[in-house]
Design a protein. Structure first.
Length: 644
């Protein structure tokens, strides 16, 4: 019955995919040979001219590059200058000046993601206009690389625990130091998957050299650091490289090249969340002949779950100079655009040749770079710019209120006092913690569909993890149990996080609504300042399975490796068995704890603003003299004449 239910859901998903053209980035396995494919690897695009449907939508989807939302900082600077002659409005001048300085001094964070060997490093070099960087293309040795214009470069070495955690997953052994795994490495380096050989070779050859540096952050010459991150045997020991390069790009932007979520390094995977959260812009780089895979789809869903569906992503189709014709390029763009539109991703899509841009110049790249910088500038200052606008509206309302106080024999003053009293009574209720019960209800809703989602997604994932070829070894699961369990738990954790992040977004949304409604009333209270909060860093729920449930499936999968239908049935049963082994009660409790911790962090962010605004609301409104009235009337005209 359960198997039939799963197949029925899968069939419904297939029918839906045919109706929505979702099939254009699905892969349907027709026989045993296709089952041998690793579905997490990139695929080569296949396109049928006869079935091609013309797409009329813009390559930019709903998101277009324009100047409508440009920040008019000049007008606000004029306003600051104007207020310098008005000592009664020093607080407003200070607030405006502080926000302008944050915009001026702030650097947009641009994060670059994409598959390994997609040309991310070449693209980043092209952005900077020179071949500065080379990095490891191997997912087990790649480092997080941040490019900035700090005074010196620094290297953050992995901890001993980072290394032993990975080695324990590979070997099934437990040792206190990476050195304790040397015998196992010597015996098994020739047997492990090719993906892990560079990592093991680095530990085997260079552990003694780096063991005293583990866990340290060290200043280093830039060229020496670049050499280290491009060499597997050195980059094995590096968690993060902060590369100092002073150029036009790094003066305004910080660039981050991240290995993403497919790295074996668990610390990389957890830090990827923080990188995405802190990003003002995300650029996703794909290689022209394998532009979209299932792992890409999953990662993009993860980004959406963190940033929201309104956050635009820049997509780079790299190396288009290698395409045979313009028609081929158009087909790739159509394919990519359809996939992104199906996922409802706001996007801008650029076909470029990063290599040609470095060697001789590329018109497509020049256009892409100019628009990317413009979009990054817009998004990085948006929050501060909105608070500038709020402060300007508060100033105008205060000026008008002060003039009414002089004109109406105390009626306006009485209204102000009543409003401030009401706001003081309300301000302590503006807390993210007040929505904890609502978030618990959202968690209950998520858990009602999560089990089925995990079962179906895991079945598909297992096809690439436990292939027919791999299961030709009758003890494959036993021999690789630790790394298989780690892989499955990482996958289930990611899928669970994609669903659970909706709780964080709901907390952000409802807290923002409370703050906005309060600030709208605060604008007419005659006081400076507003409540504001940005997203805070959050943890993700971790999913753990009972490893022992895998043991019987060594025999089952081995016995059915030549029976296509039975093999798939066994994978379905395995997926269901694994998901059933997850302790959902413990997972629910963990989710509720994370939600409460998140709202507490949001409230901590509000604390400073709350103290400042409370003090302002408790103060008596100033008495307005005739001189004050005349000054305010002239100031109001001057403020309104500034085009903001």
């Amino acid at each position: 019955m359960r198997k039939n239910s799963i197949l029925k859901q899968a069939s419904c998903g297939l029918i839906e995919s045919l109706d929505t053209q979702n099939y254009r980035h699905f892969y349907i396995h027709m026989d045993d040979e296709i089952d041998k494919l690793n579905l997490l690897e990139e695929i080569t695009l296949s396109y049928d001219d006869d079935n091609h449907v013309e797409v009329t939508e813009s390559r930019h989807n709903e998101f277009t590059v324009n100047n409508e939302d440009d920040m008019n900082l000049t007008a606000f600077r004029e306003l600051v200058t104007l207020l310098s002659d008005s000592p009664r409005y020093t607080d407003y001048r200070r607030l405006l000046n502080d926000k302008l300085q944050r915009i001026d001094n702030g650097k947009a964070n641009i994060s670059v993601f994409g598959g390994f060997s997609a040309g991310k490093t070449t693209f980043i070099n092209a952005l900077m206009g020179a071949k500065h960087l080379t990095t490891s293309p191997n997912p087990t040795t790649a480092t997080i690389t941040e490019i900035n214009n700090d005074e010196t470069s620094t290297v953050v070495y992995k901890s001993e625990a980072d290394l032993t955690e990975t080695l324990a997953a590979l070997s099934g052994e437990r040792h206190d130091t990476a050195g304790g795994y040397q015998k196992w490495i010597s015996r098994n380096i020739g047997k492990v998957d090719d993906t892990y050989k560079p990592l093991l070779a680095g530990i085997q050859e260079n552990y003694a050299h780096y063991k005293d540096d583990l866990g340290q952050t060290v200043s280093i010459d830039t060229e020496d650091l670049i050499a280290k991150i491009s060499n597997d045997k050195d980059s094995t020991f590096i968690h993060k490289a902060n590369v100092s390069l002073d150029n036009d790009m790094t003066q305004s932007y910080t660039l981050v090249d991240s290995p993403g979520i497919n790295s074996i390094n668990a610390r990389h995977t957890s830090e990827t969340r923080d990188i995405i959260t802190d990003s003002d812009m995300i650029i996703y780089v794909s290689y022209y002949n394998h532009v979209f895979s299932r792992s890409d789809e999953t990662f993009l869903q993860y980004i959406q779950s963190l940033k929201g569906k309104d956050f635009p992503i820049i997509f780079i189709i790299n190396a288009v100079d290698l395409m045979k014709s313009e028609a081929d390029k158009d087909k790739v763009l159509d394919y990519m655009r359809n996939a992104l539109n199906t996922m409802h991703i706001k996007h801008v899509l650029y076909p470029v040749s990063s290599k040609r841009a470095l060697d001789e110049g590329d018109e497509y790249f020049t256009t892409a770079k100019a628009e990317i910088m413009h979009i990054a500038d817009q998004h990085s200052g948006n929050v501060q710019y909105k608070t500038l606008q709020e402060t300007q509206r508060q100033l105008i309302n205060t000026l008008m209120s002060n003039m009414r106080q002089f004109e109406d024999n105390g009626e306006e003053r009485a209204k102000l006092l009543e409003l401030r009293k009401d706001l003081l009574n309300n301000i302590d209720g503006i807390t993210a913690g007040s929505i904890n019960d609502t978030l618990k209800q959202e968690i209950d809703i998520i858990l009602t569909y999560l089990t089925n989602r995990l079962r179906l997604q895991l079945y598909d994932h297992l096809k690439g993890l436990l292939t027919v070829s791999a299961m030709s070894n009758k003890h494959y699961i036993r021999d690789h149990k630790s790394i298989i369990v780690r892989n499955i738990e990482d996958f289930l954790t990611l899928e669970t996080s994609i669903a659970f992040n909706a709780v964080y977004r709901q907390a952000d949304r409802q807290t923002s609504q409370m703050i906005t409604q309060f600030n709208e009333r605060l604008e007419i209270a005659g006081t400076p300042g507003t409540l504001s909060v940005t997203s805070v860093k959050a943890e993700e729920p971790s999913v753990h399975i009972d490893a022992e449930v895998l043991v019987p499936f060594d025999k089952i999968l081995y016995q059915n490796k030549n029976k296509t239908g039975d093999y798939r049935d066994a994978l379905l049963e395995l997926a269901e068995t694994i998901v059933q082994s997850v302790d959902t009660a413990a997972l629910k409790a963990h989710m509720e704890q994370l939600a409460e911790k998140y709202t507490a962090l949001l409230d901590a962010e509000l604390k400073e603003d709350r103290v400042m605004i409370t003090a302002a609301l408790q103060a008596e409104p100033d008495e307005i003299s005739r001189t004050d009235y005349d000054e305010d009337a002239n100031l109001l005209k001057a403020v309104e004449s500034i085009s903001i």
